[in-house]
Design a protein around this ligand. Structure first.
Ligand code: SF4
Ligand code: SF4
Length: 118
């Protein structure tokens, strides 16, 4: 095989059929407004924690839909609950409350119980 001095990057494709969506489903029960996020990024642009943590409500919602729980946990731990993101959301989503609800879901583990049918 010819050596070109570089190789293809490993695939970053996500198999959505195998992703655990239990956290996302639980969030939609508590915060139905998560459905209307249009991914504009206004929350990310104004986030107090973003410069040093990459925190972004947009990315948190996307991460939940992709089953990237570790990355979501990392971002949640950086949120200071200042509420700036809520003030700029063009869809009127109470993003601060959404984050609080998500923290509760992650803390009590009910999303796992639901998924198991218990
Ligand atoms: S500002 Fe609102 S609509 Fe825009 S990405 Fe953030 S949560 Fe979604
Ligand atoms: S509440 Fe959290 S996500 Fe929203 S702007 Fe403040 S630190 Fe960022």
């Amino acid at each position: 095989m010819m050596d070109f001095g570089f190789s293809l990057a490993p695939s970053s494709a996500i198999n959505l059929d195998t992703v655990d969506l239990s956290r996302y489903r639980k969030l939609l029960e508590l915060e139905p407004d998560a459905r209307i996020c249009m991914g504009c990024g206004s929350c990310s642009a104004t986030c107090t924690a973003a410069p040093f943590s990459g925190m972004s409500v947009r990315k948190v919602i996307l991460g939940l839909q992709r089953g990237q729980d570790r990355e979501v946990d990392r971002m949640l731990s950086a949120c200071m609950l200042c509420g700036k993101c809520t003030m700029v959301c063009p869809r009127g989503i109470n993003t601060r409350h959404l984050i609080l609800s998500l923290c509760r879901i992650c803390a009590d583990g009910t999303h796992k119980e639901r998924e198991d049918g218990r």
